[in-house]
Write a protein that binds this ligand. Structure first.
Ligand code: HPA
Length: 242
């Protein structure tokens, strides 16, 4: 078990139990984290279910620091994540994938950094998502019958409630393409730990005010349909990581 694990996967809503492996309970300064260790495409990888194995942690309760800490501890250098999102930009529709290149942070009350001790650190977020890893994911997704947006700005809200129509109008005005509740601080913490990070966002609904109402059931229903493709893209991406 001393061999380093270079690749991590963080599964979001609907991807709780897709990769089962040898379960390892890891102690971190932020609490215990369950990691599944398994082989994919001939490589040893570490899988964490962001919301817990039973989807028990709401977006504002996820142990983001513990999860990233655990992956770093195992030696992870690249993380492929997944998120469920609502579509804001015209043309983005449920069932599409978006590989975001940037985000806007509208979270309100979560620990956002590992650097809250004595020393002041400011990390560069010019490219918040790893461009090389994004490129591989985009390339791999072209093999599948799914509409993939190669860029997108993800606005991250605090949740757990969905947004109001007025909030979505504001987010559209300031340049957001998709909305979700979990890319911040995960992306930031990965960067703080110098881990290359990219995510596959599945659009599960039109954002608030663009359809009659939004429900978690709908999010899960659309997610379940797309999961086999997301799994395929993750595996193909792992196969191509050198
Ligand atoms: N808003 C926030 N998070 C989401 C949404 C949404 O519309 N859909 C899936 N996750």
């Amino acid at each position: 078990m001393n061999e380093k694990i270079r690749i991590g996967i963080i599964g979001g809503s609907g991807l709780e139990e897709i990769f089962k492996g040898k379960k390892k309970k890891m102690k971190t300064p932020y609490g215990d984290v369950i990691v599944n260790i398994l082989m994919l495409e001939g490589k040893k990888v570490a899988f964490i279910s962001r919301h817990g194995e039973k989807h028990q942690y709401a977006p504002h309760k996820v142990n983001y620091r513990g999860n990233i800490w655990a992956l770093k501890e195992l030696g992870v250098e690249k993380i492929i994540a997944s998120n469920a999102v609502g579509g804001i930009k015209e043309g983005i529709k449920p069932g599409d994938l978006v590989i975001p290149h940037d985000f806007i942070d509208f979270t309100k009350n979560r620990p956002l950094t590992f650097f809250d001790q004595e020393k002041v650190h400011h990390i560069d977020m010019t490219n918040p998502y790893c461009p090389e890893l994004r490129q591989i994911i985009i390339e791999k997704s072209s093999k599948y019958k799914i509409n993939t947006w190669e860029k997108g700005v993800y606005v991250c809200t605090e949740g757990p409630r969905f947004e109001t129509p007025a909030e979505i109008r504001m987010f559209r005005l300031i340049g957001a393409d998709i909305v979700g509740m979990t890319t911040v601080p995960e992306t930031v913490l990965a960067r703080e730990q110098k881990i290359c990070y990219a995510t596959i966002c599945t659009v599960t609904n039109y954002a608030a005010g663009m359809q009659e109402k939004i429900s978690s059931d709908e999010v899960m229903r659309i997610m379940k349909k797309v999961v086999p493709i997301v799994i395929g893209i993750i595996k193909d991406t792992i196969g191509s990581i050198s």
